[in-house]
Design a protein around this ligand. Structure first.
Ligand code: ADP
Ligand code: ADP
Length: 231
């Protein structure tokens, strides 16, 4: 079934840049879906809209067939959408626990103490088999370890849709393989995963479907078995 439907999404930034023009495509539940295209094609803008960081200028997003108010405050948390940012969203001076739990916008009336936050991180870390050191300052971690923290942060709120913006850019080949196995495991557990990439070998290794954007327009969406081997 379709979990995410982009329906005629357009985005013009306040400075007049047209980043997206009437982009429509569907993402089936429990699949890994790649978003490809040259620099400036509109990939990040589309993912920011899905994550609620930008409002579309026109068009709708449907989740499980129902239109949702894209750009509304708290949109990502409300709909269980997590994002692994390309340059990470972690605060280096804070610990892993502080970044994952305390760094989230406090929900209304909910304050949790450090011991409870640490317990939640340990539980998340076990559930997703992502080893992190709860008390380590993020600044002391390797880039790959920081990405694990970023991923746990993205998974911390009943996440069912996970977005990753060029997640392999900072990783070595073995780290990429580990990440891909992790993402396959999340997909097999029912999560829907979108990732931005411009490396076809990675897209081929991981994704079931790929959507290509060109100059803010949809160039096409294809199932990967339809991509010829020599491309
Ligand atoms: P991609 O992720 O494919 O590189 P982007 O979505 O980042 O593409 O950018 C699409 C277009 O929108 C580009 O021309 C980019 O310069 C422009 N753009 C992105 N963010 C902004 C912004 N905040 N303000 C104005 N223009 C932007
Ligand atoms: P990322 O690498 O995470 O895609 P970028 O490095 O492309 O982010 O952009 C950094 C920030 O600058 C983003 O918030 C983006 O929206 C903004 N931005 C990107 N392109 C433009 C642009 N042409 N004009 C104004 N802001 C932009």
């Amino acid at each position: 079934s379709t979990v995410i439907a982009f329906d005629g999404i357009s985005k013009t930034y306040p400075n007049g840049t047209v980043a997206l023009s009437t982009v429509s495509f569907d993402i089936p539940k429990g699949t890994i879906h790649a978003i490809c295209g040259e620099n400036g094609a509109g990939k990040s803008t589309l993912m920011k809209i899905l994550f609620g960081l930008e409002a579309p200028s026109a068009g709708r997003i449907l989740l499980d067939g129902a239109p949702v108010e894209a750009g509304a405050p708290g949109f990502a948390g409300t709909h269980g959408i997590g994002m692994v940012h390309q340059h990470f969203s972690l605060i280096p001076a804070l610990t892993v626990t502080e970044n994952i739990i305390l760094g989230h916008e406090p929900r209304k009336g909910v304050l949790i103490d450090r011991a409870e936050a640490r317990r939640q991180v340990t539980e998340l870390s076990a559930r997703y088999d992502l080893k992190v050191e709860p008390d380590a300052p993020v600044s002391t971690l390797s880039v790959a370890a920081q990405q694990k923290v970023e991923i746990l942060k993205a998974l911390a709120r009943d996440t069912r849709i996970l977005i990753l913006d060029e997640p392999t850019a900072v990783l070595s080949p073995p780290e990429i393989e580990e990440l891909f196995n992790r993402l396959r495991g999340l997909r097999d557990a029912g999560m829907t995963i979108l990732f931005i990439s411009h490396k076809l070998n990675e897209v081929r290794a991981l994704a079931q479907n790929v959507t290509v954007l060109r100059g803010g327009r949809l160039a096409g969406t294809v199932a990967l078995k339809d991509v010829p081997d020599d491309k």
